[in-house]
Design a binder for this molecule. Structure first.
Ligand code: XUL
Ligand code: CO
Length: 437
């Protein structure tokens, strides 16, 4: 592996918490055991190819600012390989074990699908050798079904059957290369699977088409023996006005409606949750309650901005709340924490890639330790258990088993004149949590 994209930057060292070293892990210790597992296995950090390697930091008002001296801006395969080398150098130096990509991040789209597939195969061969040389692993792959103009009105929900077919072929190939690279999962994010106006949209047909598309992907996955986990990534809007996978609850209803629930888990992204008017811990809790918490796209947004700003998650309060949910769900199996996050446009130096990821990793290390401390303290969990203790009765058991009737509950209620409601103690619980961050 070439080692020259980031000259002068060594592998990020471990430093003391109050160290003034500009670059260093103050909290992340990959081998430290937290709740029975090494931190690296609890957190399973991934860097994403699209922001880290392909985002020049342009915004709607101005040009790209990111300095990427390893990239000549061309779509030659040599340039693709150089980028991959730079990426793996970055993963190594930043101590990140996993990565994620879209097909079109790693290799260019050519004028025919066959040529695009051939280019993809070339780069995948190179990634394969980089993985072997470094031990880095693919957390998940995906297909970019939103950037090309053919997807202007959707991919799996396009009004044109030819576009639907192209998207299907692209997904087929992307699942294949994910499988070949030993990917632990595959993500479906429906950026264009929604609408801009209902006046031109057959919502019933589009949702059904999407379901058939996903069923075909499930069948194909089985046919090639790909064992990785399929995920849906909810997001309410942007680029569409409304996306069908708008939040975790909508995804769950969709998956159940079309018999897809056994085949999918969810990939929850912080800034998508807030766009949907939720907190990320709400989305994670919905997943936990249903057993579909799969993976996380870790980022954060600017409050009250209303846009998916994909900022790095550097606030330990946010990460503590997330890790509380993730640990309560039993931790990650196939999933992990993928930094679907980009530096601010003003943070354009190569070293800012390191500052951004290290800040995010340290924030999650703190969040993990704080969440573990809150759980071992046990007061919050004990409070919740006690709050529902009346349900641990014979009657509670019968109601929860679906065996009770309104008549017998009425018989109980008719003779009751006092109501033993208790304080929710929110502020007390918040203090217990904040004390451990
Ligand atoms: C877009 C987004 C995507 C998905 C993968 O907001 O999050 O990058 O994570 O397609
Ligand atoms: Co994402």
């Amino acid at each position: 592996m070439a080692q020259d994209a980031f000259p002068g930057i060594e592998q990020v060292p471990f430093v003391e918490r109050d160290s003034h070293a500009p670059l260093g892990f103050r909290h992340y210790r990959p081998d430290e055991i937290v709740e029975g597992k090494a931190m690296r296995d609890q957190l399973r950090f991934a860097a994403c190819y699209w922001h880290t390697m392909r985002n020049g930091l342009a915004d709607p008002f101005g040009a790209a600012t990111a300095r990427m001296p390893w990239d000549d801006g061309s779509d030659s395969l040599d340039n693709c390989r150089r980028r991959a080398d730079a990426f793996f150098e970055f993963l190594h130096k930043c101590r990140i074990d996993f990565y994620c990509f879209h097909d079109r991040d790693i290799a260019p789209e050519r004028s025919t699908l066959a040529e695009s597939n051939a280019a993809l195969d070339e780069v995948v061969r190179h990634l394969e050798s980089l993985q072997q040389a470094t031990g880095k692993r693919l957390l998940w792959g995906t297909a970019c079904l939103f950037a090309h103009p053919r997807y202007v009105s959707g991919a799996a929900t396009s009004p044109r059957i030819e576009v639907f077919a192209h998207a299907a072929a692209q997904v087929k190939k992307a699942i294949e290369v994910t499988h070949r690279l030993g990917g632990e999962g595959y993500v479906f994010w429906g950026g264009r699977e929604g609408y801009t106006t209902l006046l031109n949209t057959d919502l019933r047909r589009e949702r059904e088409h999407l379901a058939h598309f996903l069923h075909m992907a499930v069948d194909y996955k089985k046919s090639i023996g790909f064992k990785g986990q399929f995920y849906i990534e909810p997001k309410p809007r942007e680029p569409s006005v409304h996306q069908y996978d708008s939040d975790a609850a909508a995804c769950l209803a969709f998956l159940r409606e079309f018999g897809l629930l056994p085949h999918f888990k969810l990939n929850i992204e912080t800034n998508h949750a807030t766009l949907a008017g939720h907190t990320v811990e709400h989305e994670l809790a919905v997943c936990r309650a249903t057993g579909v918490l799969g993976s996380v796209d870790a980022n954060s947004g600017t409050d009250n901005c209303g846009w998916d700003t994909d900022e790095f998650p550097t606030d330990p309060r946010l990460t503590t709340k997330m890790m509380l949910e993730i640990l309560a769900a039993g931790g990650f199996t196939t999933g992990g924490l993928n930094f679907d996050a980009k530096r601010r446009r003003e943070s354009f130096d190569p070293v800012d890639l390191f500052h951004a990821h290290v800040a995010g990793m340290d924030a999650f290390a703190r969040g993990l330790k704080a969440a573990a401390a809150i759980r071992s303290d046990g007061r919050i969990a004990a409070f919740v258990r006690a709050r529902y203790a009346s349900w641990d009765s014979e009657l509670g058991r019968r109601i929860e088993a679906g065996d009770a009737t309104l008549e017998e509950l009425e018989a109980l209620a008719l003779h009751r004149i006092d109501w033993p409601v208790e304080s929710g103690r929110q502020e007390m619980l918040e203090q217990i949590m904040h004390d451990r961050i």
